[in-house]
Design a protein around this ligand. Structure first.
Ligand SMILES: CCCCCCCCCCCCC/C=C/C(=O)SCCNC(=O)CCNC(=O)[C@H](O)C(C)(C)COP(=O)(O)OP(=O)(O)OC[C@H]1O[C@@H](n2cnc3c(N)ncnc32)[C@H](O)[C@@H]1OP(=O)(O)O
Length: 261
């Protein structure tokens, strides 16, 4: 029996769907998770009654821990290639969506989790000091691909991205608000109602004008990946299967386990 990684609830009266990521313990983005997510996005995109999506998590304290590290460690080049195509597909569907996308970030959101959030149109984060968000790839000894970097530049600008990416910074909610990585903070109990009320403001704009404007802003980066999609896969496979990178990933996973013990 297939496992479900996300719950999708569509409200036909408002035209808004809520996607809840539900893959304990940390909503890590496995090949199966990413595939299911992209299919769900495509179904909603095709549904003429769906105009907006709120992305959130049903796992306590975690929005998403990012890419599933076990999908990149000790795997064949073929598996790594299939995994990376699924990462690309998730981003193409989310960043390129014509729907209004709002991230209700109710927990920590490192790396690929941050990418999902900054691929949305608007971000509201729970104001809890222990939560953090950011692209921390350099801390794992890996490099955020150009389309991660460009998505961040479009969100917070060039200088802040350069600083943030080189140091692999993780921001707490007030810092994330200050740098522009999130648009608004909210208490946990009001997060979803605030997300719905922000959605109503966005729904008041005529779809066609908003969609063309969104596409105008995002198309250049999307097209850049589409033009070199296969080369990007090969680049990833070559990089991630290097002994030195595998060693870094192994040490990072050990560090995560030790932190726990
Ligand atoms: C020459 C240059 C060329 C350039 C070419 C570029 C090519 C491309 C390069 C590659 C680019 C890759 C981009 C990568 C993006 C990513 O997303 S990598 C993943 C990054 N994620 C993280 O660093 C997060 C790590 N996790 C945490 O920090 C914490 O777990 C948490 C999310 C803050 C939650 O903490 P807590 O509640 O305390 O839970 P834990 O006890 O730490 O974890 C519970 C179990 O979950 C496991 N786990 C955690 N995160 C992951 C993960 N991302 N993947 C897989 N598994 C994960 C953790 O190990 C625990 O497991 P158990 O011990 O078995 O219970």
């Amino acid at each position: 029996q297939r496992r479900m990684f996300t719950n999708v609830e569509m409200d036909n009266s408002t035209g808004v769907a809520v996607i809840k990521m539900n893959s304990p313990p940390v909503n890590s983005l496995s090949l199966e998770f990413l595939t299911e997510f992209a299919i769900n996005m495509e179904k909603l995109e095709m549904d003429r009654g769906c105009r907006g999506v709120i992305l959130t998590s049903s796992v306590p304290r975690i929005f998403s821990a990012g890419l599933d590290i076990t999908e990149m460690y000790g795997k064949t080049p073929e598996h790594c290639g299939a995994f990376w195509r699924a990462v690309q597909e998730m981003w193409l569907k989310l960043y390129g969506s014509s729907m209004i996308t709002i991230a209700a970030i109710n927990g920590s959101s490192p790396a690929g989790g941050c990418l999902m959030a900054i691929s949305c149109d608007y971000r509201i984060m729970t104001d809890y000091p222990k939560y953090s968000i950011g692209l921390n790839e350099t801390k794992l000894g890996i490099v955020a691909p150009f389309w991660f970097k460009d998505t961040m530049i479009n969100c917070i600008g060039n200088r802040a991205t350069e600083h943030s990416l080189q140091l692999g910074l993780q921001y707490n909610p007030p810092e994330a608000l200050k740098v522009g990585l999130v648009d608004q903070l909210e208490t946990e109990d009001k997060l979803m109602t605030t997300a719905s009320s922000v959605m109503s403001q966005w729904l008041a704009i005529p779809d066609h004008a908003r969609q063309i404007t969104k596409s105008m802003m995002r198309k250049p980066i999307i097209d850049q990946l589409l033009r070199q999609r296969e080369a990007d896969v090969q680049n990833f496979v070559k990089f991630i299967t290097k002994d030195s990178i595998q060693k870094s990933l192994q040490m990072y996973m050990e560090m995560l386990k030790q932190k726990k013990g």
